[in-house]
Design a protein around this ligand. Structure first.
Ligand code: FAD
Length: 422
């Protein structure tokens, strides 16, 4: 066992991106994943959007209102199970404390800076290593059903992102010209914002391209390997204990998504990251005509709809229910009804199809909305986790930021807002 190789715990989008960035800097890596395949947790069937345009954390005052109003309800876009309240209590307090207007703006700017950096790196690897993941670079479209909300979104975008995020505000007619599939619901829309710099793709396919790249560069990935503990010697990382063996390592990176706090707790490191469950439904659209081209976010109903070549995916909902892995029928009904609200003609063709893929994942949500990237107070122990609702958008940037820190290179963006020991 090579003690110099870096052990990465977790084979989701963050772990794989981190492995790849370190290999590019000449390091040796071993990725350990407890599931039988990589990218089968939160990175599997997410909404597939690379959206620097949505760099706001979820603790804006209006979202907090949504969460509180959804307590106990299964049919609101956000819900908090009364039974889960104790486990979210201290995290929730921090979440609320970070929702002041000044913190909200500062945090949004920091997320945006990482998201822009990340998007450029995603484009770079797509071109240089010929990644194919059903990507589209035509931007995303955010729909509005209320003029006041549209104006607020324009103001927010101008204030936080400035000119570095290219947007076009569309009236009802222009919205339908850009996405003709919205024609049937045009009357309910007041307009839209076209975020031209956003991209979409299939995150699982992107992960598989990353995996191939890692193996080609000499990196190793072991699946079916559950990390039980990280062992220290004199406050320095010494080894990891898996369900198969003890592996020596001087440097370990925790990229275990929502499960990261569990591994860190017994080392005395507490990070405020909690699972926030979301669902997606992926419908088969092969052979159907006039399917949508652009990925849309419907602002009023909190869902995203992303078209692929022969599929369309509707994703959303946020449940604060711990690691509850039940598939709740009301959530499926909710997402089906939302597809119907945006694309009724398409919905009438795909509804009831037994091939529709139902999925849920746990977003690793930090209390301030920022990921944890960097070395902890324990020598040799690093974090890259807590990317919440934007893990794919932030993956390549976070990975390269950490890899630069670990190889003592100058980072390309300021690393302070995301420090692991903040
Ligand atoms: C419904 C939904 C829609 C979303 N849409 C988008 C979107 O459009 N754009 C976007 O940017 N983001 C989106 N996200 C968020 C994004 O999917 C996540 O932020 C991202 O996948 C997190 O990646 P990760 O690698 O940190 O975690 P994960 O993908 O969960 O990976 C963590 C891995 O660690 C493994 N692991 C955990 N503990 C151990 C252990 N002890 N030993 C070994 N392995 C372990 C797990 O098995 C898992 O594979 C969405 C999320 C959801 C749920």
């Amino acid at each position: 066992m090579d003690k110099d190789q870096i052990i990465i715990i977790g084979g989701g989008i963050i772990g794989l991106a981190t492995a790849n960035a370190l290999l590019d800097r000449g390091e040796k890596v071993l990725v350990l994943e407890k599931n039988s395949d990589t990218a089968t947790a939160a990175s599997f069937a997410n909404a597939g959007m690379l959206t620097p345009s949505q760099s706001t954390p979820w603790n804006s005052p209006s979202d907090i209102f949504y969460i509180l109003s959804g307590i106990g309800k299964k049919d609101s876009p956000m819900s908090l199970s009364p039974r889960a309240i104790p486990s979210y209590f201290s995290w929730g307090l921090r979440f609320i404390l970070n929702s002041t207007p000044s913190r909200f703006e500062r945090i949004s700017k920091s997320i945006f800076s990482l998201a822009k950096y990340s998007k450029d790196l995603t484009e770079k690897i797509r071109k240089s290593e010929e990644f194919c993941y059903e990507e589209s670079t035509e931007g995303t479209l955010k729909l509005f059903r209320n003029t006041e909300r549209l104006q607020k979104a324009i103001d927010l975008s101008n204030r936080i992102y400035g000119e570095s995020n290219s947007i076009e505000v569309l009236n009802q007619k222009q919205t339908v010209e850009l996405e003709p599939s919205l024609n049937k619901v045009r009357k309910g829309l007041v307009g839209a914002i076209h975020y031209k710099d956003d991209e979409i793709g299939d995150a699982y396919k992107f992960c598989k391209s990353l995996e191939e790249s890692i193996r080609n560069k000499g990196g190793r990935i072991l699946v079916n390997t559950n990390i039980k503990r990280i062992l220290l010697n004199k406050r320095k990382v010494n080894s990891v204990v898996t369900d198969r063996a003890v592996l020596r390592a001087k440097r370990v990176i925790v990229c275990a998504g929502s499960w990261s706090p569990i591994l860190l707790k017994e080392l005395g490191i507490k990070i405020p990251v909690k699972p926030v469950k979301g669902y997606s439904l992926t419908y088969n659209t092969a052979g159907l005509e006039n399917t949508p081209n652009l990925s849309v976010i419907d602002e009023s109903i909190h869902i995203a709809i992303t078209p692929y070549k022969n599929r369309i995916r509707v994703a959303g909902t946020a449940e604060f229910v711990g690691f509850n892995d039940e598939v709740h029928p009301k959530r499926i009904t909710y997402l089906n009804s939302k597809l119907n609200e945006v694309y009724p003609s398409l919905f009438s063709k795909v509804q009831g199809d037994e091939d529709t893929q139902v999925w849920f994942g746990f977003r690793p949500m930090s209390a301030d909305g920022l990921p944890f990237i960097g070395e902890t107070k324990i020598e040799g122990l690093y974090l890259n986790t807590g990317h919440g609702h934007l893990g794919w958008t932030l993956a390549m940037g976070s990975a390269n930021l950490l890899a630069d820190q670990m190889t003592n290179a100058e980072t390309e963006i300021d690393s302070k807002p995301y420090l692991a020991n903040r």
